[in-house]
Design a binder for this molecule. Structure first.
Ligand code: NAD
Length: 298
C-alpha cells in the first residue's frame, strides 16, 4: 500500500517551499461585499412598467421594500399612473416619469428625476421592449432599426446612465436587463426581435466584466411565453400567417413547448428579478437567467 503524506506537511517540511510566500485564494474582503446597498431606503427604476412584466416587477420590488420609479412612453401614461397608486398604497414612494428608452437624453432625465424624487439609485431594471412578427425577407430597414433602437440601444442607455449614477454615488448596485428565450434559440418570424435579445445577452456579459470593479453586478432575465399585451400581438400576427384563431397559437405553443404545461404570468418573471435585485444574487454577474417553465434548457 502506498504511504502518502498530506501536501501541507510536505510544504511545511521543505525549507525551499516554505520560503515561497503563500498566495491567498480568497478575494480581499471589500471585493466579496457587494452589490446590494445596505441602506434602509432602496430605490429602483423599472422601464416599460405601465403594464405587463414591468408592472409585475415594479410591484414585486415595492413589496420587497423598494421605492420605485415607474417609466413608460406617453401613450401608456394612465397605466403608469395606476401602477404608481398601487405602489403608494403599499406604503412605498413612487412616481411616473415618461421617457422613451431609445433616447439617451430622455433616459438621463429619467435617472436624474428618480434620484431627486426617491434618493440615490440602487437598481435599474431595463425592461422596456417591443416585438414584431414579420418574415426576414419582408423586413424594412426601419423595422430593423426601431427594433434595435428600443431593445438594444434602450438597454444600453439604461445600463450606462444608471452605472454612471452609481459610480458618482460611490455605491454598489444592480443592473438588470430584459432578454428572452429567443436570446438562446430564435423563433422564426421573430428574427430581428431574437437578434436584439441576443444583443442584450452580449451587452449584459460585457457590462458585467467592466462594472465589476465598481461593485455593480449586471444580469438579465429571459422569459418564455408570458401572457401579456406583447404575446397578444404575437399570437394575433402568427395567427394571420397560419390561419389560427386568436388565442390558438399561444395555446398550441403552451401545450407543445412548455414542460410545466401552463402559460407564464408576469409574476413568474418578477420573482426572478426580485432575486437578481436582492442580496442572494450578489455573487452572480453576467448571467441571463431563463424563466420559461421548461421550453429551452441552457
Ligand atoms: P408589453 O408590451 O406588455 O409591455 C412593454 C412595455 O414597455 C409597454 O408598457 C410599452 O409601452 C413599454 N415600452 C415600449 N417601448 C418603450 C420605449 N421606447 N420606452 C419606454 N417604454 C417602452 O411587454 P411585456 O410582455 O411586458 O415585455 C416586457 C419585456 O420582457 C420586454 O423587453 C420583452 O421583450 C420581454 N419579454 C417578454 C416576453 C413575453 O412573453 N411577454 C418573453 C420574453 C421577453
Amino acid at each position: 500500500m502506498a504511504f502518502r503524506l498530506p501536501a501541507r506537511t510536505i510544504w511545511r517540511a521543505s525549507p525551499k517551499f516554505a520560503a515561497i510566500p503563500r498566495i491567498s485564494t480568497q478575494a480581499p474582503r471589500w471585493k466579496r461585499k457587494y452589490a446590494v446597498s445596505t441602506d434602509e431606503n432602496r430605490t429602483a427604476i423599472v422601464t416599460g412598467s405601465a403594464r405587463g412584466i414591468g408592472k409585475a416587477i415594479a410591484l414585486r420590488l415595492a413589496n420587497d421594500g423598494y421605492d420605485v420609479c415607474i417609466n413608460d412612453i406617453a401613450t401608456n401614461k394612465s397605466g403608469a399612473d395606476e401602477v404608481v397608486k398601487e405602489i403608494q398604497a403599499l406604503g412605498r414612494k413612487s412616481f411616473a416619469y415618461i421617457a422613451d428608452v431609445s433616447n439617451l437624453s430622455e433616459v438621463q432625465g429619467l435617472v436624474q428625476a428618480s434620484v431627486s424624487e426617491l434618493g440615490p439609485l440602487n437598481t435599474m431594471v431595463a425592461n422596456a421592449g417591443i416585438a414584431q412578427v414579420k418574415a426576414l425577407l419582408d423586413l424594412t430597414e426601419q423595422d430593423l432599426r426601431r427594433m434595435f433602437e428600443v431593445n438594444v440601444f434602450g438597454v444600453y442607455n439604461c445600463y450606462t446612465t444608471a452605472a454612471k449614477q452609481l459610480i458618482s454615488q460611490n455605491t454598489p448596485g444592480k443592473l438588470i436587463g430584459a432578454a428572452s428565450i429567443v436570446a438562446f434559440k430564435p423563433f422564426a418570424l421573430l428574427s430581428h426581435y431574437s437578434a436584439s435579445k441576443w444583443a442584450v445577452r452580449g451587452l449584459t456579459q460585457a457590462f458585467a466584466m467592466e462594472m465589476a470593479e465598481h461593485k455593480i453586478t449586471v444580469n438579465a432575465y429571459a422569459p418564455g411565453i408570458v401572457g401579456t399585451a406583447m404575446w397578444d400581438l404575437i399570437d394575433e400576427k402568427l395567427g394571420e400567417k397560419t390561419g389560427a384563431k386568436k388565442g390558438d397559437t399561444i395555446k398550441k405553443y403552451t401545450d407543445e413547448l412548455i414542460a410545466l404545461g401552463r402559460t407564464s404570468v408576469p409574476e413568474d418573471v418578477a420573482g426572478t428579478v426580485s432575486f437578481l435585485a436582492g442580496r442572494d444574487s450578489d455573487y452572480m454577474t453576467g448571467q441571463t437567467i431563463v424563466i420559461d417553465g421548461g421550453i429551452i434548457f441552457t
